[in-house]
Design a protein around this ligand. Sequence first.
Ligand code: SAM
Ligand code: SF4
Length: 326
Amino acid sequence: MPLVDKFGRQITDVRVSVTDRCNFRCVYCRSANPENHMPSRDLLEWEEYERLVRLLIGMGIRKVRVTGGEPLVRPGIEDFIARVKALGAADVSMTTNAYLLAERCKRLAAAGMDRINISLDSLDRDKFERVTRTRTFDQVIAGIDAAQASRLRPVKVNAVLVRGLNDDEVEAFAAFARDRDLIMRFIEFMPLDADRVWTRDLVVPAAEVYQRIAARWPLVPVAHERSETARKYRFADGRGEIGLIASVTEPFCGACSRIRLTADGKLRTCLFSREDHDLKPFLRGGASDDELSEAIVSIVMNKEPGHRINQPDFVAPSRTMVSIGG
Ligand code: SAM
Ligand code: SF4
């Protein structure tokens, strides 16, 4: 049973959120005020994740990205990654804030993880601490160092640009990619923040980022798969790469190959879905693998054509990024 939606898009990637907990409070993601976490009894157990991933791989999923919340705060993540690899996932990756990465990187690589994406929204310590509302800059840089020294390189570093906050650092981030020979990815701010501060004016368009970097260092396009979120460029004169993720200004929904599984067992066919689909009643109610697979196939069939951020009647989903899994 391959996973194909009614528009003919084949689903090959799943983002698996393993927790809604996080040790940071990034301004564009979580709230400064304590939020309610999902009740522990609602969180999927590792065995439940494993069963779902096994079925999804049987339906053609090739890429599994572990995310959250912060995936490294959930004990047992290395074992889970090893099991997902053993189930036959071609590509297993993680998105992390890297606070705990320096001490965990070796075990993650040994577990068979293929790639890593690290979030870093400022190269300026004070600003970094304002964005994440933590004093963790040194640990995050140490995490990047550890990843670069491991077989997880080339490391991808993600920055969400927010106008007036860190958009003055575009060129500095590009220089960081060149100096460190890594892939620096610029993500447009999406209306998924808990404090609901998002406005279109705060989005820094990918086209602007491209122009600013290309004005300084000539860029050469790098081939990418159609379903990839990033448009990729290398520097004509040296090391490093950049990726532009224009989710708001140039949506790539037509080639989307992704679904998402939340930490409380909801299947989401889009980041911006207005509803999600609870798989827990199947997992905890004695459904057979066939019944579970059939449910997943029919949910995926109805994947929405695309997000509607640019439509006048757009309404942000009730779940925010930290409880979906980015
Ligand atoms: N805690 C991990 C981290 O920060 O890398 C993984 C989870 S985080 C939700 C996944 C990705 O979503 C990060 O790259 C983060 O920067 C991005 N993100 C969070 N809120 C966002 C927003 N409102 N718009 C765009 N990207 C966002
Ligand atoms: Fe936590 Fe990642 Fe959200 Fe920052 S972006 S608050 S690190 S989940």
